[in-house]
Design a protein around this ligand. Structure first.
Ligand code: SAM
Length: 235
């Protein structure tokens, strides 16, 4: 059932995303990786601030608060929880291909956010009903995908969205100074834990979104390393 590209090692875990260790450690890993994103001393608040920087752009560019949101590649639910906080009235569904990450997401949020919904499936073929969401959000997932899967997710997002709905993604920004000027040996090290980084960096997101049936997207940097891209369903 799992696509071949997904059954490989990621983030130095041999089992990739299909195991308890990566699922249980992802929250602290996210906090560690994002601790140095903002000026000043490294802070555990970096991860929250990263999501806030994405959400500020999202809120400013949506015509109204979305009622139904799908969070594709929700992982252990950090992005799903943050979306629910941003839009408290919305019904938010987290979708992920890893049953381990989903189990941790359910456990983590059971006390505080029991209204969240969880769905096991691939972002490119969720099996969720067509035209049933106002917003499809995908955070920190595309850098983990080969080009073919990324394009399939744009198409699935279009299928899932109601007319006038919005797609939004937040991820590494290939145009960021830090990546453009990175020493080749550091980039090689990064690629050893992110097997599809080359394909993500080469992906023409704007063109592929338009090909999938969206209007020309809006793009804005949200940190020195990340970008937010928002596109409205065409027509
Ligand atoms: C780096 S985590 C990001 C999690 C979360 N969105 C966040 O912002 O913290 C990437 C997640 O995407 C999931 N993922 C990768 N490819 C996927 C696919 N094709 N369909 C669904 N989930 C996928 C992985 O299982 C993992 O949980």
């Amino acid at each position: 059932m799992y696509p071949k590209y997904y059954q490989t090692s990621f983030h130095a875990y041999e089992e990739g995303n299909l195991g308890w260790e990566p699922a249980l450690e992802v929250e602290s890993a996210s906090k560690a990786v994002h601790s140095t994103l903002f000026d000043g001393e490294p802070t555990v608040e970096g991860d929250r601030l990263l999501r806030e920087s994405y959400h500020n752009i999202l809120k400013a560019n949506l015509p109204e608060p979305p009622q139904k949101i799908a969070d594709l590649g929700c992982g252990a639910g950090l992005s799903t929880e943050a979306l629910q906080e941003l839009f408290p009235e919305a019904e938010v569904t987290g979708v992920d291909l890893s049953p381990y990450f989903l189990a941790v997401a359910k456990y983590r949020t059971a006390q505080t956010n029991s209204q969240l919904h969880w769905h096991h499936g691939a972002g490119e073929d969720t099996k969720l009903p067509a035209e049933s969401f106002n917003l499809v959000s995908v955070s920190l997932v595309f850098h983990e995908l080969p080009k073919k899967a990324a394009i399939a997710i744009f198409q699935e997002a279009k299928r899932l969205l109601k007319p006038g709905g919005h797609f939004a993604m937040m991820d590494m920004n290939p145009q960021a100074e830090v990546y453009r000027t990175m020493q080749p040996y550091i980039l090689t090290l990064l690629k050893s834990t992110e097997p599809y980084l080359d394909q993500y960096f080469a992906l023409d997101v704007g063109t592929e979104l338009v090909n999938a049936g969206f209007e020309t997207p809006f793009l804005q940097e949200n940190t020195a390393r990340h970008r937010t891209i928002i596109a409205k369903v065409k027509g």
